[in-house]
Design a protein around this ligand. Structure first.
Ligand SMILES: NC(=O)C1=CN([C@@H]2O[C@H](COP(=O)(O)OP(=O)(O)OC[C@H]3O[C@@H](n4cnc5c(N)ncnc54)[C@H](OP(=O)(O)O)[C@@H]3O)[C@@H](O)[C@H]2O)C=CC1
Ligand SMILES: O=C(CO)COP(=O)(O)O
Length: 329
């Protein structure tokens, strides 16, 4: 049986990890980098020294910088930062085959136009069949072949099944879903909550506070999910609770580490250490979406207020603790 051809857009940590997954059982997987110099360095070094040092590219991965290299791919994995998704999708339009699967692997919400990634793709790539891959998965773990399970959602269930079959390996296990919105919402929101969890850690609030923060973040996620029409099973699954627990509980997460640095007193400008922290871009738009839907998200609101310098970390903690007592839910 011939396997679906796969191309990967975005050659950062997650793009490399997914290209390595796709390379299993395939002869060639184009990995597109937007900077020709970056593609050349990847081809020379056979690793991404900046984002995933020490973890080599699989032999079948072919770094490229021209989008024509993805012509004819049956499955395209879009692994660029969320705020770059529209620009990349627009550039890809002349190269994407009619009916090709376009799998969104970024975790974020478009800040300027307040759009989910699937909406961006629907607007820019009408010929694509959109899907979302999301769940608890650090790129380095996947590259090392450690066991990982994520969710793959497409509105069309047979497509979701086909994509799960095309991408699953012995150690990278995909579960299918048709709840596209629920899956992308979990991936985008957990980054914001991970910043809050990191701040609590940086302020040394203790393990009990960490657990409370995760549970209350999950309550916010499920409230918003319900309000926007996502399924509760999705919120309970890998892309919801699973990724929330991973990202809020590990300094390996860039979002958590960013929050931790803020909690220790670093400025928002310095805290990321130059790394991509999607939650910092998503916090404000997430809060705007929640407000528009009449849904309370005090933890996400606190992160947004801190990032926009309207509140200090200590004042935010105080405000969260002093909220009126209420029934759990
Ligand atoms: N790392 C992980 O473990 C996981 C990441 N994700 C998600 O995947 C997405 C990508 O993250 P990740 O790969 O880790 O991030 P990295 O910072 O490792 O890489 C981002 C890549 O995108 C490139 N890039 C930046 N701007 C553009 C642009 N305008 N057009 C095209 N490419 C661009 C960067 O190139 P350059 O360096 O040249 O600027 C870089 O190669 C994020 O949404 C993240 O949340 C999801 C699951 C796991
Ligand atoms: O999405 C991730 C794990 O599932 C990676 O998280 P960070 O972007 O916070 O590193």
């Amino acid at each position: 049986m011939t396997r679906d051809s796969i191309a990967v857009l975005g050659a950062g940590a997650w793009g490399v990890a997914l290209a390595n997954v796709a390379a299993q059982g395939r002869e060639r997987v184009p990995l597109w980098a937007h900077e020709p110099a970056h593609a050349a360095a990847l081809a020379r070094d056979r690793e991404n020294k900046a984002h995933l040092p020490g973890l080599p590219l699989a032999q079948a991965v072919a770094p490229v910088s021209d989008l024509a290299s993805i012509d004819g791919a049956e499955i395209v994995l879009a692994v660029v930062p969320a705020q770059a998704m529209r620009e990349v999708a627009r550039a890809v339009r002349p190269h994407l085959a009619e009916g090709a699967a376009f799998v969104i692997c970024a975790k974020g919400i478009e800040r300027d136009r307040r759009r989910f990634m699937s909406e961006v793709v629907a607007e820019e790539l009408p010929q694509a069949r959109p899907a979302v891959l999301s769940g608890p998965s650090f790129a380095a773990d996947v590259c090392r072949g450690l066991p990982t399970a994520v969710t793959l959602a497409a509105a069309d269930e047979p497509l979701a099944q086909r994509l799960c079959e095309a991408l699953s390996t012995r150690t990278f296990r995909l579960y299918r879903s048709t709840d596209l919105l629920g899956v992308e919402l979990g991936g985008a929101a957990k980054n914001v909550f991970a910043i809050a969890a990191g701040m609590a850690s940086g302020r040394r609030l203790g393990a009990s506070a960490q657990a409370a923060l995760i549970a209350r973040s999950f309550a916010e996620l499920t409230r918003l999910g319900r309000g926007l029409g996502a399924r509760s099973e999705t919120m309970m699954g890998l892309s919801g609770l699973g990724d929330l627990v991973l990202t809020c509980g590990s300094a390996q997460s860039r979002n958590f580490a960013f929050g931790e640095a803020l909690g220790r007193g670093a400025s928002a400008k310095d805290a990321s250490g130059g790394k991509l922290t999607e939650g910092a871009f998503t916090a404000h738009v997430l809060v705007q979406m929640a407000r528009a839907a009449g849904i309370e998200m005090p933890i996400a609101e606190a992160v947004d207020a801190i990032l926009s310098a309207r509140l200090s970390v200590d004042a935010a903690i105080e405000a969260l603790l002093m909220r009126p007592l209420k029934a759990e839910g």
